[in-house]
Design a protein around this ligand. Structure first.
Ligand code: AMP
Ligand code: GLY
Length: 424
């Protein structure tokens, strides 16, 4: 089977690496890809926003399955265009992608189908939003409604901070994504990322991970798309997975089917494990980045077989096997991230880093005059596996230290919570 993978991040490099290992694969194409993905796939310079051009490419190259990495094309409806053209695609419809595309949509779904989440209000003007904040007090969470690359959320510890975030949203800090604001109860607990492979009817648990959202060591500084991750997440033991399926995922699958938007693809639940049980922070309709990188390191089964089964509505009788190991990834970012990352600095030492045994997934890299340069915010995902978190962490940082990149930085404490738990 020929596959077209859409995207250009570390998540897509990990997917390409895993798909390339499938005996069912004939030829792998990726658009637009990056130099790391180019080691596994033929890169094609398609404009992913031009859904019709993607469909034409698929017809011309006998593509048997399109795998969509990021959320933006899903929210814009690429699956619908491809399906209408008779092309198989792994990823939700535009209607189903509202689970990520609109926080307000998800909140309404939670209310209607009794899915546990924080109390919330939606506002289209600053005055009403501020009144709600004054009424409920801090800590409180302010979110731009639409897509903002993980940066549209302010966890405000004071009322003043919350009010400042509301003003930023309505003054256009997140463009169209901030035209509506969701204000939410602050949830206290341990965060976990939980993934399910879905085919419209069945949701199959598909791994857990813990992300590190803040840019700085000790979970300080602004939120990012994620600075590192490990899998599995220790809080998501068998009982918690079972409870999350029953209280959150299954009602979501039933609800989405009932409103005529059955969900197929990867359902990524951002959870807070509170003292009252799991609560939904948000849904994403794709793999996590960098969570995907650690999950692909542990997945024993053929990813292509699983994606095919999800695409064909055949998940009911499938199961998933994982290596009984821990995987950990450290994100190396360009200086300035998450504000304005500096582009163009040269990255060396990648062969030496890979020689330590780690997988170096490329995110925002480019090739210039035969050298790898930084071309985005999050640039490399240095990923390793071990029998304990501590071992995986040591192996990942050994590889990080072999990378020669003065223009980059990373957190030095990825996995700290899990290491503490191991040492207890
Ligand atoms: P989101 O983009 O909704 O996942 O939010 C980004 C991050 O903000 C989450 O991963 C949490 O760390 C934090 N966050 C979001 N909503 C809440 C909440 N209701 N309570 C506490 N923290 C939250
Ligand atoms: N790492 C969080 C995300 O992919 O949304």
């Amino acid at each position: 089977m020929n596959i077209l993978l859409l995207g250009s991040g570390g998540r897509e490099h990990a997917l390409a690496w895993k798909l390339a290992a499938s005996p069912l694969l004939n030829k792998l194409y990726a658009a637009p890809g990056n130099p790391g993905i180019g080691q596994e796939a033929a890169l094609v310079p398609l404009d992913v926003e031009d859904h019709q051009a993607v469909a034409t490419f698929c017809k011309q190259n006998d593509i048997g399955l399109v795998v969509v990495g990021p959320e933006a094309p899903l929210v814009a409806g690429i699956s619908d265009t491809l399906r209408a053209a008779g092309i198989r695609v792994f990823g939700p419809s535009k209607d189903a992608a509202r689970l990520e595309g609109s926080k307000a949509f998800t909140k309404e779904l939670c209310a209607r189908f009794n899915i546990p989440t924080g109390a919330f209000g939606r506002f289209e003007n600053a005055e009403a939003a501020k009144a709600y904040i004054r009424e409920h007090g801090a800590p409180i969470v302010v979110k731009a409604d639409g897509l903002a690359a993980g940066k549209g959320v302010t966890v405000a510890m004071t009322e003043a901070e919350a009010i400042e975030a509301v003003e930023a949203c309505f003054s256009g800090a997140f463009g169209g994504a901030g035209a509506e604001v969701v204000i939410e109860e602050y949830l206290e607990g341990e965060e976990a990322s939980f993934f399910c492979l879905c085919d419209g009817k069945t949701a199959l648990p598909f791994g857990t991970a813990q992300d590190h959202k803040r840019v700085g060591d000790g979970d300080t500084g602004p939120n990012t798309g994620g600075m590192g991750a490990y899998s599995p997440a220790p809080v998501m033991d068998e009982a918690m997975v079972e409870r999350t399926m029953r209280e959150i995922i299954e009602p979501t699958m039933r609800g989405m089917a009932e409103i005529g938007s059955p969900f197929a693809g990867i359902l990524f639940a951002g959870l807070m494990i509170t003292k009252d049980g799991p609560k939904l922070i948000e849904y994403n309709v794709r793999f996590g980045d960098p969570e995907c990188q650690v999950m692909m390191m542990r997945l024993k089964d053929d990813l292509l077989v699983l994606l095919n089964a999800a695409t064909d509505g055949q998940l009911e009788h499938m199961s998933v096997r994982w290596q009984d190991k821990l995987a950990l990834t450290v994100v190396m970012a360009a200086k300035g991230y998450p504000g304005s990352p500096e582009k163009g600095s040269v990255i060396g030492g990648l062969d030496a880093a890979a020689a330590t045994g780690a997988q170096i997934f490329h995110a925002g890299t480019a090739m210039k005059d035969g050298e790898i340069i930084a071309n985005g915010g999050r640039v490399l995902n240095v990923t390793a596996i071990g029998d304990t978190v501590r071992q995986a962490q040591a192996a990942a940082y050994r590889a990080v230290d072999a990378v020669e990149w003065p223009g980059g930085f990373c957190r030095r404490d990825i996995g700290w919570q899990a290491v503490q738990r191991e040492t207890r």
